[in-house]
Design a protein around this ligand. Structure first.
Ligand code: GDP
Length: 459
């Protein structure tokens, strides 16, 4: 395989830059452009050692820096690797890279280093994807889960299930293919128990997927309520600073204000909308329409009510709106505001179960924010998720697991309805294939290429 090179540090001015080469000739090429100060020969360097020297190209000194050598197979890619650390200017970095190329290395494609690590058995496909996610991780939670994936937690958990299915397939194949060999028939009860354990473990990964997705992407949230109930005050409380204009004239918040609110480790992507109520004012009606659309696409609806006023027709309309959004899967919180005033508001009994939680607050008190955080964490089951439960599963991996679960479901009903064992075997085999596709143990080139195309060059 050719020797590839790329700048592995971000494309920006920094203290140092690292130019990485990987491939059979990496050390040989490094020797052409790097001259250690002590006169030591680069090609004689042992793996995992480093020298200080000058970087030269066509007899011109580009910079001085460090050369670190890793020898196959003990490197990230599993190949010979040379890393040159130079000063971080863009021009210097570019010159060192060009020097590597003119000395015989080829520019690396996006993700090619990690792809080689995968092809050389250094990483599983899911670990490789975790590296991509690690590079692009923004939140600390995502970083945590990307790290845990890189250490192979998804891989380990799925591998155990795959191994149990493969063992079962072995028993089935032996019995089906060698009937003359007096091999005992696979006991349906034992088979069902293996399938059941496999399903449970895979379903657990799928449920962790939804928590992982929330930590990664945040929750699309709509804050709604009739005018003057305190939505803007509530938003300001969530944000911790004055953002929306708070007035006591009904219908002031006419535009939708979109904000990111961080509650603990979770980000709410909040659309704060104009009050929903019947109105003749054209601009305000547009706001009302927008509010309705926000409700439709929200995963979380926070309906704010004024605790100091009686339940009105506007509240009725809002509750009805929220009920229909609930049917399409949104979670809903009722915030009964202004608890510092005399309480007149009572939610009608028929709407009690529309809301996953009813939180009473006074939005003018910033400490009440914790009540909202708690409600969100409870509703989305985010509390007590250890770092292991925050296994990060991406869309491709999720599809593999879903497919495996589907095949196992069918396999179970086949066993229960007495279908012949070779029919059941086909389904279990499909489930196992799907799981192997997840870890990359059996995977078509197109999937491998798809995965690595997400990387930036230099990784
Ligand atoms: P919006 O129209 O729903 O956005 O409501 P605003 O946030 O503009 O609030 C309307 C009025 O209610 C303002 O005068 C706020 O100061 C007041 N208000 C909001 N929250 C509270 C609260 O918790 N207690 C009291 N006493 N007044 C509040």
């Amino acid at each position: 395989m050719s020797t590839i090179c790329a700048v592995s540090t971000p494309n920006a001015v920094g203290g140092i830059s690292v130019i990485r080469m990987s491939g059979e000739d990496a050390v040989k090429i490094a020797a052409k452009i790097f001259q250690p100060f002590g006169g030591k020969a680069v090609e004689k360097m042992a793996g995992h050692t480093c020298v200080y020297g000058k970087i030269v190209s066509e007899n011109e000194i580009i910079d001085d820096g460090l050369l670190t050598v890793f020898l196959a197979p003990k490197s990230y890619t599993g190949e010979n690797t040379a890393e040159i650390s130079c000063h971080g200017g863009l021009l210097v970095t570019q010159k060192v890279l060009e020097a590597c190329i003119s000395a015989g290395a080829e520019p690396a494609l996006a993700g090619e280093f990690t792809k080689r690590a995968f092809l050389n058995g250094k990483l599983s496909l899911s670990q490789a994807e975790a590296v991509a996610d690690l590079i692009s991780a923004s939140g600390s939670e995502m970083l945590k889960s990307a790290n845990s994936m890189r250490e192979g937690s998804l891989y380990r958990s799925v591998k155990k299930t795959t191994d149990s299915l493969v063992a079962l397939l072995g028993d089935l194949a032996a019995w089906v293919d060698y009937p003359e060999e007096d091999i005992p028939e696979v006991d349906p009860k034992a088979m069902l128990s293996t399938l059941d354990t496999a399903q449970k473990s895979l379903k657990k990964v799928l449920s962790d997927y939804s928590a992982g997705r929330i930590f990664r992407e945040g929750i699309e949230t709509a804050v709604v309520g009739k005018p003057n109930v305190g939505k803007s005050t509530f938003m300001n409380m969530l944000l911790g600073y004055q953002r929306s204009i708070v007035t006591d004239i009904a219908g002031t918040t006419r535009d939708i204000v979109e904000e990111s609110v961080r509650l603990g480790d979770v980000v709410l992507k909040v659309s704060d909308t104009a009050g929903i109520r019947q109105t003749d004012d054209v601009v305000e009606s547009m706001g009302v329409e927008l509010a309705k659309r926000c409700i439709e696409r929200a995963e979380l609806i926070i309906a704010v009510f004024d605790g100091s006023r009686e339940f009105s027709d506007d509240d009725l309309e809002l509750c009805t709106e929220v009920s229909s959004a609930k049917e399409s899967g949104a979670k809903c919180i009722a915030v009964v505001n202004k608890t510092d005033l005399e309480r007149k508001f009572e939610l009608l009994p028929q709407f009690q179960q529309v809301f996953d939680s009813v939180v009473e607050i006074s939005a003018v008190n910033p400490e009440e924010r914790d009540k909202i955080t708690k409600a969100v964490f409870d509703i989305f089951k985010l509390s007590n998720t250890g770092s292991d439960a925050r296994i990060f599963v991406n869309e491709r991996q999720k599809l593999c697991i879903e497919n495996a679960v589907k095949c196992l479901d069918e396999a179970v009903s086949c066993v229960l309805s007495g279908v012949t064992l070779d029919g059941v075997t086909v389904l279990i085999d499909r489930a196992a294939q799907s799981l192997m596709e997840l870890s990359g143990e059996k995977v078509s080139d197109s999937v491998v290429n798809e995965v690595f195309s997400r990387f930036c060059v230099g990784k």
